[in-house]
Design a protein around this ligand. Structure first.
Ligand code: ZN
Length: 278
């Protein structure tokens, strides 16, 4: 395990990157890491994560009692404590408000479609934990449902939470979520998503083992049993034994029965209709 001075420096660096990439504004966000079996190192309340120094961090126990530090620990400490209680394998927790992923969290759209192979092998699915008042004990209650099976989740109308086997591992998952959200947004703006078929998703899941990627739970499709968000990572992937990619339009368009066509497709339809009239 890294030394305390190294971990303090690493939290400073992760905070700097989060702020530089616009994942937090003002004093938003918080970061913590295990110092030992019963001690955590955590960012303090009310500091900008872009300009921290190693000496500002707090040391707490797993009940949240401050053991060391001039400032009080993060206002989201209860959420961090819940994660460490539920997941003995987790060494670090990162919380931020990356704007595009948070936009999905505000729209109530989880990042759970089978779109990118690398996201499927690392995070599986990224669900949305129900809305909870920030900094209260509602927030740990909301994340409890998903934390056993997921290393990353959105927090409704709030932000995102990632967990890792080390501090940079947790931070990189935050980068992956925001990058995935950006790509998903562009695909949806373009009007369609080609989804990875369920059969290919299962093949990717097999690659987790060959590449030694540790995931807290297996991927499952929504109609697989059990549909338990606490036991598996539910991924929206259409079954298609014949094709690895399945053209699809984002949910809301389908639900409202809307049909989207490219200009070329529309022109071809009109030309066809005119030809039939003659
Ligand atoms: Zn927050």
């Amino acid at each position: 395990m890294s030394t305390e001075s190294q971990l303090r420096a690493d939290i400073v660096e992760v905070g700097r990157r989060m702020y530089a990439r616009g994942y937090t504004a003002s004093n938003d966000g918080n970061i913590s890491v295990r110092l030992g079996p019963d001690r955590l190192l955590m960012t303090p309340k009310s500091v900008c994560k872009g300009f921290m120094t190693p000496d500002v961090m707090c040391v707490t126990d797993l009940e949240g009692r401050k053991l060391q530090g001039d400032r009080d620990p993060s206002s989201e400490m209860l959420m961090h404590l819940e994660v460490y209680r539920q997941r003995p394998d987790v060494q670090a927790v990162v919380h931020a408000h990356p704007p595009i992923a948070t936009g999905f969290a505000v729209a109530g759209i989880p990042l759970d479609r089978a779109v990118l192979a690398e996201v499927l092998t690392t995070l599986g699915s990224i669900p949305i934990a129900e809305y909870a008042t920030p900094s209260t004990k509602e927030l740990p209650e909301a994340v409890r449902k998903y934390v056993k099976a997921h290393d990353g989740m959105l927090l409704a109308n709030h932000g995102a939470l990632t967990l890792g086997a080390d501090l940079f591992g947790a931070y990189y998952k935050m980068e992956t979520i925001e990058h995935f959200a950006k790509i998903s947004l562009v695909a949806r703006l373009l009007g369609r998503e080609n989804l990875i078929s369920r059969e290919e998703v299962m093949r990717l899941q097999g690659l987790r083992d060959s590449y030694g990627i540790k995931a807290p739970a297996p991927i499952c499709a929504p109609d697989d049993l059990p549909q338990d968000q606490a036991a598996c990572q539910v991924v929206q992937a259409p079954s298609s034994p014949g094709a690895r990619l399945v053209p699809d339009m984002p949910g809301p368009a389908n639900e409202e029965g809307e049909i989207r066509l490219t200009y070329r497709e529309l022109s071809a339809l009109i030309e066809d209709a005119i030809r039939n009239l003659r």
